[in-house]
Design a protein around this ligand. Structure first.
Ligand SMILES: [Zn+2]
Length: 251
């Protein structure tokens, strides 16, 4: 299995990062760690090189107080970098005041478009974070030819259909234990699902408090129940999907 969205670079793993990574690798779980700002983008590359994992580089929409310098990020590119993100739009934490809100949204859109440009330049897929901003996200993506995944998808069926029609993959994680996404999951074709944990966040019930990629086993069981397919079929398909999107044969 491939955890297509992890943050093992975060400080929650400072004490046991190596232990968790070797446990995952021993259980045939490969990992893509996701950068959320410049420093963490450097960190995920370092971890990828050290442990033979993979990395995605970008500036999270809630971190845009920091500048996104396309050139600086481009210079980070190496064979371990297989995607751009996480990037996207997050209107959940809106600043108070109409004007401030409008500026905030505008800035997120501009930074997101810069990520799309970088992804096109490097011919890499996007790892997209989107919270209560699906309309704006769709407007931006439909005008551009770039592929990617909408990670931790929380939209409704209509929103799902729009992104599927653009060719996007849909990332499913432990959030399915917190909000009811059953109908959405049923509607995602098996060749468009990616599995992820978003660890250290979104730990499934009964798993360790600080989530890690080993919880993929719980997520895959739940999704296979909802989709009424076997765990092995789901694993096979989602693995193939990840390899296809990230264009790798060696994950
Ligand atoms: Zn994330």
């Amino acid at each position: 299995m491939i955890d297509t969205h992890a943050h093992l670079n975060f400080s929650q793993f400072d004490k046991n990062r190596e232990e968790i990574i070797s446990k995952c690798l021993n259980n045939n779980i490969s990992i893509i760690n996701i950068g959320t700002n410049y420093k963490s983008s450097c960190d995920v590359i370092e971890i990828a090189k050290k442990y033979n994992l993979y990395a995605s580089i970008g500036l999270h929409p809630l971190d845009i107080d920091e500048d996104f310098d396309n050139k600086k990020y481009k210079e980070l590119f190496c064979e371990k970098v297989i995607a751009i993100g996480e990037t996207g739009l997050d209107y959940w934490y809106k600043p108070k005041g109409k004007e401030k809100r409008a500026t905030y949204k505008e800035k997120q859109k501009q930074v997101f478009i810069k990520h799309i440009d970088l992804a096109s330049q490097l011919r890499l897929p996007l790892i997209i974070h989107c919270r209560v901003a699906f309309d704006d996200l769709y407007e931006i993506l439909k005008q551009r030819e770039v592929k990617g995944v909408i990670h931790s998808f929380t939209g409704n069926i209509d929103e799902l259909k729009k992104f599927l029609s653009l060719g996007y993959y849909i990332g499913i994680n432990g959030i399915i234990f917190k909000i009811d996404l059953k109908e959405v999951i049923k509607a995602i074709p098996i060749d468009r699902i990616l599995l992820e944990t978003d660890c250290p966040f979104l730990s499934p019930p009964g798993f360790e408090e600080i989530n890690n990629p080993m919880s993929l086993e719980i997520i895959v069981k739940e999704v296979s129940k909802i989709k009424k397919c076997s765990v092995s079929d789901l694993v096979k398909n989602t693995d193939e999907n990840a390899l296809k999107l990230f264009n790798r044969i060696d994950i």
